[in-house]
Design a binder for this molecule. Sequence first.
Ligand SMILES: Cc1cc2nc3c(=O)[nH]c(=O)nc-3n(C[C@H](O)[C@H](O)[C@H](O)COP(=O)(O)OP(=O)(O)OC[C@H]3O[C@@H](n4cnc5c(N)ncnc54)[C@H](O)[C@@H]3O)c2cc1C
Length: 393
Amino acid sequence: MPYDPLSDDQREIRELVRSLARERIAPRAAEIDKSAKFPWDMVELLREHELFGLPYEERFGGTGTGALMVLVAVEEMSKVCATTGLILAVQELGSLGLKLAGSEEQKQRYLPRLASGEWLAAYALTEPGSGSDSAAMRTEARREGDVYVLNGSKRFITNAGVASLYTVFAKTDTSDKHGGISAFVVESDTPGFEVGRIEPKMGIKGSTTGEIFFDDCRVPAENLLGEEGEGFRIAMRILDRSRPGIGAQGLGLAQGATDYALDYAKSRETMGRPIAQHQLIAGMLADMETKCEAARGLLYKVGLMIDEDAPDEDLTKISAMAKLFCTDVAMEVTSDAVQVLGGYGYIQEYPVERMMRDAKITQIYEGTNQIQRLVIAREMLRENRSFLLSGVA
Ligand SMILES: Cc1cc2nc3c(=O)[nH]c(=O)nc-3n(C[C@H](O)[C@H](O)[C@H](O)COP(=O)(O)OP(=O)(O)OC[C@H]3O[C@@H](n4cnc5c(N)ncnc54)[C@H](O)[C@@H]3O)c2cc1C
């Protein structure tokens, strides 16, 4: 039995998501990948079953079932289609700014439309010249009376062109690297906001990844999140809570690939027996399953910590660890699944080929896995860990 700290209510929701994944999402996954078109039918499916409500409190029209439940839902969907799992993960990513730093009025105005799925959300931090070094951003926001005038551009924005609400980071003080950044909510129909090129990609092909431009884009001052200069801190607090969502996408891919490889290995025969009975294949399957279970333990731990309102300083390291571990496992395990299927794993008729391509991005976005390692090491160095050596010398 996989690790399962869910309540009875949460298990019921997981059952619903599992059956939707099996019956409605899995049959669409190959076509979504092939067409590389944003799957509005999957958005409709999530709307119909009120799954967009998972990241939100009941008073905003959500289910109030907490962060762990969101992770489990993303995992279940990503077992069969990582593009669909990402739709829910990015709905949370794009609205965490409002949840963490929004005023009551801002929350009332926007969260119900996100909880119903009427609006999709996006998170716009990365720019052509600033990815890992996000504070090097150049987009500016200049205050003019009761508006901020935004100029600049963002690149690689998930949900570009399909989102109605963007959480955007821009410099209100260009002389200050981290402290000069502010966060805004920008509606997609704001004059001066434009979507540019949508990138063709290796995987998660149904998800849009694109450029957005701000050309004298006049955003109401009331759309500032928190105070001027708090943007970098808000961006990092968001990532502490959203990176596990990418971990969940990775874990879903890894478990989906393991399950598929296991089934295949039971029926494919060589040298007179199912390949699952050859010890080298059995050993691979055992390693794949073990990595998934270890990843799940770490991931669900973060989900529980978020639900228990763990302080930021406790979340940063474990959240980075969960993202790092789950997504490295995703890449290793999906690659092993291709190997278990032999030549069939490499052709597009079998889903593990897609899963391996989809897995790669999980090691890159929401902070590359090199950056996660830097974050974890930085947090370790901050801790008082020298006692082992204190008696020596
Ligand atoms: C499909 C897709 C979807 C995305 N969605 C979003 C989104 O919705 N919103 C958003 O804001 N961004 C998004 N991104 C951007 C993504 O988060 C960045 O691409 C990522 O953070 C890396 O930035 P970069 O591409 O500029 O790489 P760089 O920062 O140029 O890094 C290049 C390489 O150097 C390594 N590196 C950089 N600095 C260091 C260092 N100090 N030490 C060690 N190694 C280092 C990196 O790990 C990487 O391997 C998306 C990207 C893609 C491809």
